[in-house]
Design a protein around this ligand. Structure first.
Ligand code: GLU
Length: 438
């Protein structure tokens, strides 16, 4: 099966990696479900239902014409409308979008919510662009995307480079073109116009809740732990916030220029001011906080910790970094980003007895809360912060329990990678099978 995926999708390294990891877990399933082999259910899930690639022309502030490429991969709709974020980053290409879309199918299934899997984005780089440029880009992007999405068809949201500002411009253009105030077409909206409380915090909070559940299963808690969280975007910021609330101390975070260590614990007020308000660099944090030091470049995984939460981007934590973490006594690794640990890193965690949670389970809180936003939009309702956060915590504990139990049931106790892949797959495969050969 894997050889066929390689043949059909040449050069898409990250997509190959994501598929390989899932296929490795599924041998145990085919032994119990011959119908999935017969109907080529896995092969069908590996092939996106629809892939859209389009030109995004726009003009920058100096009047120069710019051309980017837009993508939306509608991967699987067995459980509900395609659901998944949009990523705006220069590294975006079809292979990256397919890897993210493929992961999203199983992640969304694990949430237990009625959402299929999809992903999109563009190689547009918002870094250093003015608000007006970002708006013009978003408007051009939506001028093509609008015909492919909808409340019952495909519901995009944010990811790297796409936050509340971009979702606002995208929603405005969708409304203008379609003449419909269709709140459920996008999630991650502003609170004043159909957005949901806790959506912003959800991925980071959810990853911390998941980590807490992992520790509880081993008779431990966040109390007194040292935590290192890479990144300083939406996931990292809210991961740090929840870790502190749960009794841990997040001592380091990073961006592409380097990392900061603050033994007193990262000061969230300063971090949010630097990264969210000023859209500045992480070095600015160290300039303002006396207890902090900045390391240019280097590896944040050199910082000793009990819990590591890679929350920046794919393949940011390699085999070597994993060895360093193990040597320094790290006991838990929880993926806040999508596939931040390389396969070599995951092998090293296994060998060292580090408990590892894959992103498709641990970072599912974001998309789960997107599904809660869709629920509120559909019923024209608005829930309180407390109610929404309690739901998120319950969903994350539920995902952990399912991964944990599935791993046991399929003969690999403690292996949350196998648990997540098998539990997610079974949910999707049953629906795919029920819908016939489509
Ligand atoms: N981009 C997020 C993820 O990787 C959220 C997607 C969504 O809310 O639809 O799961």
């Amino acid at each position: 099966m894997y050889a066929e995926v390689l043949r059909r999708n040449p050069g898409e390294r990250e997509f190959h990696q994501a598929v390989h990891e899932v296929l490795e877990s599924l041998a145990v399933v085919l032994g119990r479900h011959s119908e999935y082999a017969e109907m080529k259910t896995i092969e069908r899930i590996c092939e996106p239902e629809r892939q859209i690639i389009f030109r995004v022309p726009w003009q920058d502030d100096s009047g120069e014409v710019q051309i980017n490429r837009g993508f939306r991969v509608e991967f699987n709709s067995a459980l509900g409308p395609y659901k998944g974020g949009l990523r705006f980053h220069p590294s975006v290409n079809l292979g990256i979008v397919k890897f993210l879309g493929f992961e999203q199918i199983f992640k969304n299934a694990l949430t237990g919510m009625p959402i299929g899997g999809g992903k999109g984005g563009s190689d547009f780089d918002p870094k250093g662009r003015s608000d007006a440029e970002v708006m013009r880009f978003c408007q051009s992007f939506m001028t093509e995307l609008y015909r492919h999405i909808g409340e019952y068809t495909d519901v995009p949201a944010g990811d790297i480079g796409v936050g509340a500002r971009e979702i606002g411009y995208l929603f405005g253009q969708y409304k203008r073109i379609t003449n419909r105030y269709e709140s459920g077409v996008l999630t991650g909206k502003g609170l004043g116009w159909g957005g949901a409380l806790v959506r912003t915090e959800a991925t980071g909070y959810g990853a911390a809740f998941f980590a807490e559940a992992m520790m509880e299963a081993r008779g431990e808690s966040f109390d007194g732990t040292r935590v290192v969280i890479s990144g300083s975007g939406n996931v990292a910021v809210h991961g740090i916030e929840k870790v502190h609330q749960l009794g841990g101390t997040a001592v380091a975070c990073s961006d592409s220029s380097g990392y900061v260590v603050d033994e007193k614990g990262i000061d969230l007020e300063v971090l949010k001011q630097v990264k969210e308000v000023e859209r500045g660099r992480i070095a600015d944090y160290a300039d303002r906080v006396g207890s902090a030091s900045f390391v240019a470049g280097g590896s944040i995984w050199d910082v000793p910790c009990d819990v590591a939460m890679p929350s920046a981007t794919q393949n940011e934590l390699d085999g070597e970094a994993a060895q360093v973490l193990a040597r320094n006594g790290c006991r838990y690794v929880v993926e806040g980003a999508n596939m931040p640990a390389t396969p070599e890193a995951v092998d090293a965690f296994r060998a060292a007895g580090i408990v590892f949670a894959p992103g498709k389970a641990a970072n599912a809180g974001g998309v789960a809360t997107s599904a809660l936003e869709m629920q509120q939009n559909a019923s024209r309702d608005r829930w309180t912060f407390e109610h929404s956060e309690a739901k998120l915590a319950e969903i994350m504990r539920g995902i952990h329990a399912r991964c944990h139990e599935t791993a046991e049931e399929y003969g690999s106790p403690g292996d949350l990678v196998l648990g997540a892949n098998v539990a997610g797959f079974l949910e999707v495969a049953e629906a795919v099978h029920a819908h016939g050969l489509i």
